[in-house]
Design a protein around this ligand. Structure first.
Ligand code: GLC
Length: 624
């Protein structure tokens, strides 16, 4: 089905739904909740009380601890809200080294990487801003100041909404998702399908806009749930019941004279890998939908409860694991080609954690639910301990690893995974600023993948997998290494790129993933929404604003490309599709959150004080 016909078929339906949604009884609470000022919005996010701190200086560890203490008191309101929600739901329950490490990489250390030579603590560009400046930032972003800059930003928003609408996919008269790209100049390949992960920013844009289009999100959630129920067979092997599709498409069966859905569970994808992220994104979006609409009836449907349980059962079943992290094949998430992310990649672990916490809010204890909830609670505790301790890297921790002893046995081992210090890549020694830190890409026996991955780090912030101190440090790192991680066009999916021998052996000589291209250090506009959400959550919206301004200079003019290439992201990607839907939606969501920070609540979870903090028995290399 062509995108054009898709829009036409559903046009009337859309108008009907939009007007129904505008009717007085349907005015969403979100609208009535819209804060009048940015201060109110930040107060709503429990950031209000912190604003003076946030804008008076860099957060030292001590400050951070104080802040954490503050947050402990102030987040009780949000907590209460979540608990009330859970209670209400229960009540109405009827219804990638130069040399010797794992990776040979290229970094832009000698290529004008701003801030690279910094070896002293310097104030962050974000500090010292007054609240008025923040209001100003918000006003500029929301177009309240008039002016040509705003006029072009507004025109860009209008264009983005139009393009998003053109990507809508219709099935039996209902909008059920968005095409990955509407680019008639390039071969469709699988870009004419609805990808689950791609739909997330699209769905969020629909939920966050004025006169939210909640129906498309609901239909998408139900249709993908229906696909989960299919028997999934690749060759002679049947996949787990809970696996969610990577993508689906609508075709017309001429014989039966009806529209049919065709789903891909990895069987027709490059590399034949099932998407581990799809199920997690599905749960996360379900929670966003519920948070936005207060329509608990969807998550309470027996088939929706069953769908969540099936996804979680896949991840929580007993096996040979000694780690609480999830063992994955290369190419099982957004980076869906061989890129050396097999093992325990941070993106999946953070999404896993996020999905566990979202499901925790939505699962009903009836039947086997109680037992599952107990398993979830235990996993959340173990997973957060594991990631917060073993994935965290800052200057002090890097120095500890640099001095690691090896061949330690027993429980008292400091170097738990027997990481050989000689495997530390040269680039990370140069890259690590004195201020800031991040969760590294992967941890497994004798292997630490020191590469930076944006999604895993932002999702850690949004799900509160990162402690408040770690979240602040991640944002510090982004500021300190702006030229490397943001560059000319936001945002680098991974840093640095693999090159030479390591590119050959790690990617299998993938011509699409050459250095600084596509998944191998390319820049992806879609990631803007994640950066924006993380910036707002940590009280640093000016970071997002800077990135959005960069995107606004090029994104529309370049035709909304899928990705950019080059060490600073200057060039439109070699094989990038134009009118890539999630680039469009990612921009919209970023703008909608900057304009109205309370939208963040749809995609963010506060720290859960009830997560048991196990006693630290190993601490020699732990710095917090
Ligand atoms: C590419 C990306 C994948 C995305 C798909 C559709 O395969 O690697 O993450 O979901 O395109 O946009």
């Amino acid at each position: 089905m062509s995108p054009g016909s898709t829009t036409e078929v559903c046009g009337d339906e859309l108008a009907k739904k939009a007007s129904a949604h505008n009717s007085p009884e349907n005015v969403s609470e979100k609208e009535t909740e819209t804060p009048e000022t940015i201060v109110e919005a930040y107060e709503k996010l429990n950031l209000g009380r912190d604003i003076s701190n946030v804008f008076t200086g860099s957060t030292s560890v001590d400050d951070g601890e104080k802040k954490e203490g503050d947050q402990r008191n102030k987040t009780s309101q949000e907590k209460e809200m979540v608990e009330t929600t859970a209670e209400e739901m229960t009540k109405s329950s009827n219804g990638v080294v130069a040399g010797n490490g794992d990776f040979e990489v290229v970094s832009n250390i000698n290529n004008g990487g701003g801030g690279k030579t910094t070896s002293i603590l310097k104030p962050s560009p974000s500090v010292g801003m007054s609240l008025e400046n923040l209001v100003e930032v918000s006003n500029v972003a929301s177009g309240k100041n008039g002016g040509t800059e705003n006029a072009s930003a507004t025109a860009m928003m209008d264009e983005a909404w139009d393009l998003l609408a053109q990507s809508y996919v219709c099935f039996k008269g209902q909008h059920v998702g968005t095409l990955a790209a509407v680019d008639n100049s390039a071969e469709a390949l699988n870009y004419n399908q609805v990808f689950v992960r791609d739909f997330v920013p699209c769905g969020l844009a629909c939920l966050m806009k004025n006169n939210a289009d909640v129906e498309i999100v609901k239909n998408f959630l139900l249709k993908t749930l229906h696909l989960q129920g299919w028997e999934k067979r690749i060759d002679n092997f049947t996949l787990g019941e809970g696996v969610m599709p990577a993508s689906f498409k609508v075709s017309y069966d001429a014989q039966r004279q009806k529209e049919i859905l065709q789903a891909d569970f990895g069987g027709t994808a490059i590399g034949r890998v099932a998407p581990v992220d799809s199920g997690f994104w599905w749960i996360i979006l379900l929670r966003s939908y519920t948070k936005c609409t207060h329509d608990y009836s969807l998550s309470e449907l027996p088939e929706v409860q069953r769908g969540m349980k099936l996804i979680l059962n896949l991840c929580l079943s007993d096996g040979f694991d000694t780690f609480p992290t999830l063992l994955c094949a290369d190419g099982c998430s957004m980076i869906d080609r061989r890129m050396g992310i097999y093992g325990y990649p941070i993106e999946i672990q953070a999404l896993f954690f996020f999905a566990l916490r979202c499901a925790r809010q939505m699962l009903k204890p009836e039947h086997d639910g109680k037992e599952l909830i107990e398993r979830i609670d235990k996993r959340i505790t173990a997973l957060s301990y594991h990631i917060q301790n073993y994935y965290w890297l800052d200057f002090t921790q890097l120095n500890n690893i640099y001095r690691y002893k090896t061949e330690e046995y027993s429980h008292t081992a400091v170097n738990k995974f027997n990481v050989i210090p000689e495997s530390i890549p040269d680039w990370v020694l140069e890259f690590m600023p004195l201020r800031g830190g991040y969760f590294i890409g992967n941890v497994s026996p004798a292997r630490m993948d020191f590469r930076w991955f944006l999604i895993g780090n932002c999702i850690s912030i949004l799900s509160s997998l990162a402690t408040p101190v770690q979240a602040t440090a991640i944002m510090d790192l982004i500021e300190e290494r702006w030229a490397d991680l943001i560059g000319e066009m936001p945002l680098k999916i991974v840093y640095p790129a693999l090159d030479g021998h390591q590119w050959r052996i790690v990617t299998g000589c993938d011509p699409k993933n050459t250095r600084w291209s596509y998944h191998n250090g390319g820049s992806w506009p879609v990631l803007l929404w994640l950066l924006t959400a993380a910036s707002i959550k940590t009280g640093r919206p000016q970071i997002a604003k800077r990135a959005i301004e960069l995107a606004e200079q090029r994104l529309s003019k370049d035709g909304w490309p899928e990705y950019y290439d080059g060490i600073t992201g200057r060039y439109v990607g070699k094989q990038a599709r134009k009118n890539q839907t999630w680039s469009i939606a990612g921009y919209l969501v970023a703008k909608l959150m900057i304009e109205n920070p309370s939208n963040l609540l749809m995609i963010s979870l506060e720290e859960d004080k009830k997560i048991t903090k196990p006693r630290l028995t190993r601490s020699a290399s732990w710095t917090f």
